[in-house]
Design a protein around this ligand. Structure first.
Ligand SMILES: C[S@@+](CC[C@H](N)C(=O)[O-])C[C@H]1O[C@@H](n2cnc3c(N)ncnc32)[C@H](O)[C@@H]1O
Length: 285
């Protein structure tokens, strides 16, 4: 069976039935969660600070759930109404936007502390129509320039994707560079057909404009895959209380970030910050 992006446009491929099937598949849940944890690691955010993150091609919110568990706020964009419908049914905490990223992102400059994207940008390599401005290079350029604008300086975006050739990697990295990003590609488990994963780590600013890009993981794929899951499982357990319920992460800083996000979006009636912010949660949420 050929890759999904070769079969139909994303909003058609991820119709109602496929969106539900995808989301309920426990193997997919596991793989997407592992890749999200790795993307977060590569984002290298300041420890113990909630961030406002963009999830590009958020689908039904599988990655968003991990972002929430790690204490971050997130905004998701996706072109498939059915995927977003499932995300709504799952009552994810992120704000969701129906948007084709190949048309460019419509956020205010400097809105996000970072961005992730899991298994999405290979879809931009297929022309949507025969019109010249819908060619992959045009769509990639619109996506990367508007992503660059939407991110703070300094910050990072980590995009895991499935290339089928070196030419595709070259097209994607060179377009991101022309849009103003630094950074490069990190390949985890390059020698394992099964565990090999490609992450585009894009960097804006940083000390002297040179943030260090980490190395890919190298150990045996099968072993490494189970170790990553084990580590993540342990981390996630810590985020739950004894009864297995999620521990509350709505600390003062989280609330301040959420207020900041709403103010930037121009929402009216956001209460002033006070010395009580974070204690009287009901006042705002
Ligand atoms: C394999 S799913 C991954 C979903 C989610 N990131 C996850 O990890 O579960 C690919 C997603 O990319 C979205 N997508 C593909 N092309 C897109 C585009 N041009 N604009 C926005 N979303 C797109 C699809 O609708 C789909 O939800």
């Amino acid at each position: 069976m050929s890759r999904p992006e070769l079969q139909a446009p994303p909003e058609i491929y991820y119709g109602d039935a496929e969106a539900k099937k995808y989301t309920n598949n426990s193997r997919i849940q596991q793989i997407q969660a592992d890749m999200t944890c790795r993307a977060l690691e590569l984002l290298n955010l300041p420890p113990d600070e909630p961030a406002i993150l963009l999830d590009i091609g958020c689908g039904s919110g599988l990655s968003g759930e991990i972002l929430e568990e790690q204490g971050h706020l997130w905004v998701g964009v996706d072109v498939s109404p059915s995927m977003l419908e499932v995300a709504l049914e799952r009552e994810v905490e992120g704000d969701l936007f129906l948007q084709d990223i190949g048309q460019g992102l419509g956020f205010r400059a400097g809105s996000f502390d970072g961005a992730i994207s899991i298994s999405v940008i290979q879809w931009l390599l297929n022309a949507e129509t025969s019109h010249p401005t819908s060619s992959p290079p045009h769509r990639l350029m619109r996506f990367f320039t508007t992503l660059h604008a939407a991110l703070k300086n300094p910050s990072r975006a980590v995009l895991q994707f499935y290339p089928t050739s070196d030419d595709q990697v070259q097209l994607i990295t060179s377009t991101a560079q022309r849009a103003g990003f630094g950074g490069g590609v990190v390949v985890d488990y390059p020698n394992s057909n099964k565990a090999r994963k490609v992450f585009l780590c894009l960097v804006i600013g940083g000390e002297g404009g040179a943030q260090q890009i980490p190395k890919g993981l190298e150990v045996d794929g099968a072993e490494a895959g189970s170790q990553a899951r084990f580590e993540r499982g342990r981390e996630r357990q810590h985020k739950r209380d004894k009864s297995g319920k999620r521990k509350s992460i709505k600390i003062k800083e989280w609330i301040l970030k959420k207020k900041e996000l709403y103010r930037r979006r121009g929402k009216e009636g956001v209460p002033e910050d006070s010395k009580y912010t974070g204690r009287k949660r009901k006042a705002f949420f």
